[in-house]
Design a protein. Structure first.
Lengths: 114, 109
């Protein structure tokens, strides 16, 4: 059974803080993704990675960076958190093999920036 | 214009009813389509893929109309456990997916 875990379910940070969101998957998936989900806007892709040390910008990368030093781990970094980054953050992974388009999601991190 | 558009609902239906959702997409180059299901306060999960020839899985039927650029999901004999938000998803190729904002379904006794 595929498992994607995220470091925190709820997080409260202050404006200007540096924030790290961690995601780990245990299925040896090549692809990993970070999304944010907001009411009325749906899921929007922030960054994704096809391989270790590789990253690609998604649709809304501004204000975010990512790190993928190991295959199983994909980190999202908010360099200087702002209130408009208050959101639900979802990590996902998928394989290049079978089920190529099935993305498995983690439980999400609800981030509040005050 | 959003790349994938859905009626947000909610669709309130009695148990046992048949309900259908439509979704339109604007990118004619989109190659693959899917329906994901998201329960309240949970993560999205793949429900089924959508093919031009139609795809049926038990009580669920998905259809793609490329000419009109819409995707549909039909649920027959609705159950209380079908209550969720249904996300329409397109892919232009590769592993990048574009999600609609979702259609909320509430099945009532």
């Amino acid at each position: 059974d595929v498992k994607v875990t995220q470091s925190s379910r709820y997080l409260v940070k202050r404006t200007g803080e540096k924030v790290f969101l961690e995601c780990v998957q245990d299925m040896d998936h090549e692809n990993m993704f970070w999304y944010r989900q907001d009411p009325g806007l749906g899921l929007r892709l922030i960054y994704f990675s096809y391989d270790v040390k590789m990253k690609e910008k998604g649709d809304i990368p501004e204000g975010y960076s990512v790190s993928r030093e190991k295959k199983e781990r994909f980190s999202l970094i908010l360099e200087s958190a702002s209130t408009n980054q208050t959101s639900m953050y979802l990590c996902a992974s998928s394989s290049l093999g079978q089920g190529i388009y099935e993305q498995y999601f983690g439980p999400g991190t609800r981030l509040t920036v005050t | 214009r959003k790349e994938v558009e859905q009626d947000p609902g909610p669709f309130n239906v009695p148990e046992g009813a048949t309900v259908a959702f439509n979704c339109t997409y604007s990118n004619s180059a989109s190659q693959s389509f899917f329906w994901y299901r998201q329960d309240c306060r949970k993560e999205p999960k793949l429900l089924m893929s959508v093919y031009s020839s139609g795809n049926e899985d038990g009580r669920f039927t998905a259809q793609l109309n490329r000419a009109s650029q819409y995707i549909s999901l039909l649920i027959r004999d609705s159950k209380l456990s079908d209550s969720a938000t249904y996300l329409c998803v397109s892919s232009g190729g590769g592993n990048k997916l574009t999600f609609g904002t979702g259609t909320q379904l509430k099945v009532e006794l």
